[in-house]
Design a protein around this ligand. Structure first.
Ligand code: AMP
Length: 193
């Protein structure tokens, strides 16, 4: 079993790389953003609630997000492992995840961050916004709000996972293949420890 968190700022390429890693290692890819968007498009209660925050570039409250993630993880058990993309994004989410995994006799093996400078991120997100249809990719203001949420609430997770000796960071600028090779190198070196 291999459980990996793919970490990084909005637009750092987490979703794209998670999809590539998922196939290589036979993992279940859980993107909390994708689950929220699916619910939003289906007009579920969860989706309507999440939309109020997502459309402004704010994080969805922890209570809602943690409950959703727990039910996603449980729904895929048993499996070879998970790649979590976009979760956790707060210390409370990370602590809740650790508790959930202990109860399931599982643990996070690795947290790998994709490091991309803000100026590249803003351009990437505005470019993606032309085709993604995502309200939160459409304006610099919303993108800046998402980056601010990252700095205030998500960045402290770096120290949280460094303390657990699980945190790695790779250069997230370059071709998809090059970035993927950097990720795979870390996963393989840790798996063979
Ligand atoms: P993403 O697709 O990962 O960029 O997420 C899009 C949006 O979904 C975020 O800006 C948040 O509004 C919401 N979201 C996704 N994951 C989380 C999370 N772990 N905690 C809170 N909000 C989240």
């Amino acid at each position: 079993m291999l459980n990996v968190i793919i970490f990084g700022k909005p637009g750092s390429g987490k979703g794209t790389q998670a999809a590539m890693i998922k196939d290589k290692y036979g993992l279940i890819h859980i993107s909390t953003g994708d689950v929220f968007r699916k619910n939003t498009s289906e007009g579920t209660e969860l989706g309507n609630l999440a939309k109020q925050y997502m459309s402004k570039g704010e994080l969805v409250p922890d209570k809602i997000t943690i409950a959703m993630l727990e039910s996603e993880i449980k729904s895929f058990m048993p499996c070879n492992g998970f790649i979590l993309d976009g979760f956790p994004r707060t210390i409370l989410q990370a602590e809740s995840l650790d508790k959930l995994l202990v109860n399931l006799n599982l643990k996070i093996d690795l947290v790998i961050a994709l490091d991309v400078p803000n100026k590249n991120l803003i351009n990437r997100l505005l470019e993606r916004g032309k085709t993604s249809g995502r309200a939160d990719d459409q304006s610099k203001e919303k993108i800046n709000k998402r980056l601010e949420e990252y700095d205030n609430k998500t960045k402290p997770l770096i120290i949280f996972y460094e303390n657990q000796k699980k945190f790695y960071s790779i250069d997230g600028v370059g071709s998809l293949t090059d970035i993927n090779i950097r990720l795979v190198d870390i996963i393989d070196s840790k798996c063979n420890d």
